[in-house]
Structures are given as structure tokens and as C-alpha cells.
Design a protein around this ligand. Structure first.
Ligand code: HEM
Length: 173
């Protein structure tokens, strides 16, 4: 997983819970203290998952709650700053969801060793979208938490419901 994801997790924990908590989490996960998180460097997926799991344990939060907090940090400080160009014409959560597949393939096109998640779409009716999440990492709960934070970012009420380990239903109002 790209360092930018770990960097975002680290900043979320540090800003919301304190640097000492991050130190505990990093130590628990076996991340070496000397490890510097560079955005474009690829880290072992196992380390990424272990850092998220240790964050849940240390902060006594569920995986989805951590994913939601991660999503807030991701939308506010990474997407709207580093990746602003990809979302400049996106005005709603629905528009962002519909662009997610192309955004992930564009952003990672020139990143060595990237394996971005893929998304396909099925409209059930005009207000109900089912997204298929395709990734060998099987991080559907990360997707669910992140998707909920997208609704918050655009100040919209959306309902995000996991249907299976590959399908999420999103209701727009
Ligand atoms: C402009 C917005 C976004 C950008 C630029 C972006 C970019 C990225 C990048 C670079 C990765 C790492 C890929 C790798 O290491 O191979 C990633 C992973 C991921 N992204 Fe995004 N992302 C964006 C928004 C979102 C949103 C809104 C969601 C969900 C609603 C999402 C879901 C995920 C998930 C679940 C992963 C983990 C990797 C996996 O499951 O295989 N992303 N994203």
C-alpha cells in the first residue's frame, strides 16, 4: 500500500489523539521507529493492515470507525489539497463515487507497484447505487468508513450499507 495512506493514518491519529498514541500503534505493529513514511513508497500491505488493527485496539474503536476518521482526514487534507485537481469539478458525493474508479486508475498510473482498488457500478433505482469493490486486499470495511466520510465532507445525508465483502449499497436523498 502506498505510503500516502499510512501517512494519512499517522496524521489522523497524531492530530486527533496525540503523537504518543501513534508511537504505541507503530511499535505494536512492528513498524521500525526509523521508518519514514514517504508518500510514493510502497509498504507491505500487511504493515498497513496491522497499523489499522493496532489503531483500533489502542483507541478502542472498530475498523469502520477508524476508517471513517481516516476518511475525514483523507478528504480534508489529502484530496482537497494534494489531489485537488482530480476533484475540482466534483460537487457532490454521488459525483465523487462515480469518478472513484477513474480517479484511482489515473492517480496510480505512474506509481510503480500500485494496485489501486477498482469499482464498478449498478444503479438499482435513481437514488440507490450499488458499488462493487474489487481489490485483492479485501478492505471493504475501509471502503465503507471512507464512503460515509464522503457524505459528511459534502454535507449530505447518505446511507452506506455493506451488502457483502465486495458490494456496498449507497442511498442518496
Ligand atoms: C481524489 C480522491 C482519491 C484519491 C486520489 C485516492 C487515491 C488512492 C491511492 C493512491 C491509494 C493507494 C493505492 C495503492 O497503494 O496501490 C488508494 C487506496 C484506497 N482507496 Fe482511494 N483515493 C481517493 C478517494 C477514495 C474514496 C473517496 C474512497 C472510498 C469511498 C477510496 C477507497 C480506497 C480504498 C478502500 C483503498 C485501499 C486499497 C484497496 O482497498 O485495495 N478512495 N486510494
Amino acid at each position: 500500500m502506498k505510503g500516502v495512506i499510512l501517512d494519512c493514518l499517522k496524521n489522523m491519529v497524531t492530530e486527533k489523539f496525540g503523537a504518543d498514541k501513534w508511537q504505541t500503534i507503530a511499535t505494536k505493529s512492528g513498524a521500525k521507529q526509523a521508518d519514514r513514511i514517504l508518500a510514493s513508497v510502497d509498504f507491505d500491505d500487511k504493515l498497513a493492515v496491522s497499523l489499522i488493527d493496532s489503531t483500533c485496539q489502542t483507541l478502542n474503536l472498530t475498523f469502520e470507525q477508524v476508517a471513517y476518521l481516516f476518511g475525514e482526514q483523507w478528504m480534508n487534507f489529502y484530496v482537497s489539497k494534494i489531489y485537488a485537481g482530480y476533484v475540482s469539478n466534483v460537487k457532490s458525493s454521488k459525483e465523487l463515487f462515480l469518478k472513484l474508479d477513474s480517479i484511482h486508475s489515473m492517480v496510480t498510473k505512474n506509481m510503480e507497484n500500485s494496485r489501486p482498488p477498482k469499482f464498478t457500478y449498478e444503479w438499482i433505482n435513481e437514488k440507490t447505487l450499488v458499488m462493487n469493490y474489487i481489490s485483492k486486499r479485501n478492505l471493504i470495511d475501509l471502503f465503507v468508513g471512507l464512503a460515509k466520510s464522503v457524505g459528511k465532507y459534502y454535507k449530505e445525508t447518505i446511507l452506506v450499507k455493506k451488502l457483502s465483502s465486495t458490494k456496498v449499497q449507497i442511498n442518496f436523498y
